[in-house]
Design a binder for this molecule. Structure first.
Ligand code: ADP
Length: 264
């Protein structure tokens, strides 16, 4: 699968050619608790994430966004249905296999940048591979670094970089191992709008230029407008989808859900 990513194609943009699916949920259901405390966080969610596509997931607080991402990323188990990364069915994996899958096939970007303060930018980018005992693909690393636009700051430590630059390093770290898919959880939540735009632009470039698959949870319609499509969740279900969204369209859709919620 990573070969396709390395090719840097952007299959989602080729008319008439549906790219293979990098990850898929089928009837994915997650129930927390029992009896009176029982909550259906995901209710038979079926959705595919195509290679080279940037998807934003939106929805009100408690709609299941984090649960969907955690189940798809092998960070949480699920109650029924199926979650696949590439050809791998996560439900059949043991803990150790899930750990390896997360390490080898999935990239993560969180709201907090989670960089190690004593390492410089380049060392932070290659750290996961160093830990895994994997040699970085030098040509790929150079492409990632040139796309991230930090070539002259690779020797800087996180404290010497702005918030936006630190988050770009975190995205580059996720990209460096050529994961099948990157899950980003509110990646611009700690950034001002300028720095946020910098990081979102880089995420979008990683999709367009490097063929990376990205799934991002966000509350921000402007952030969502960088994606190829937006999925809207409500009460653990996918209730709508927008393609090539603008921020205004996303905002209108969210307002419509709000109005429905109030009259329900
Ligand atoms: P979102 O990310 O959209 O805010 P979540 O996926 O965090 O939504 O939560 C979906 C639902 O599952 C909510 O009702 C939430 O209260 C419930 N939930 C999430 N995590 C847990 C947990 N660990 N234990 C019990 N209920 C949970």
């Amino acid at each position: 699968m990573s070969e396709t990513i390395q090719g840097g194609a952007t299959p989602a943009r080729t008319p008439g050619h549906a790219a293979p699916v990098a990850a898929r949920a089928t009837e994915l259901t997650k129930v927390y608790g029992q009896g009176e405390t029982r909550v259906t966080a995901l209710d038979r969610v079926s959705v595919g994430f195509r290679q080279g596509e940037f998807t934003a997931i939106m929805g009100p607080s408690g709609s299941g966004k984090s649960t969907l991402m955690h189940c798809m990323a092998g960070l949480d188990d699920f109650t029924s249905g199926s979650a696949r990364i590439g050809d791998t069915e996560l439900g059949t994996l043991k803990d150790r296999q899930l750990t390896l899958l997360r390490r080898d096939k999935i990239g993560f970007v969180f709201q907090a940048f989670n960089l190690l303060p004593t390492l410089n930018a380049l060392e932070n980018i290659t750290l996961p591979m160093d830990i895994a005992g994997r040699r970085p693909d030098q040509a790929w690393l150079e492409r990632v670094v040139s796309t991230v636009g930090l070539a002259d700051r690779l020797g800087h430590r996180p404290s010497q970089l702005s918030g936006g630059q630190q988050q770009r390093v975190a995205v580059a770290r996720a990209l460096a191992a050529k994961p099948e898919i990157i899950f980003a959880d509110e990646p611009t939540g700690n950034l001002d709008s300028h720095a946020g735009a910098e990081v979102l632009g880089f995420l979008r470039d990683s999709v367009r230029e490097l063929g990376q698959t990205v799934v991002m949870v966000t509350h921000d319609p402007v952030a969502a407008s960088y994606a190829d499509r937006v999925l809207f969740l409500a009460d653990g279900r996918v209730v709508d989808e927008l393609r090539q969204p603008t921020a205004d369209q996303v905002l209108d859709r969210l307002k419509a859900f709000d109005a429905k919620g109030r009259t329900a």
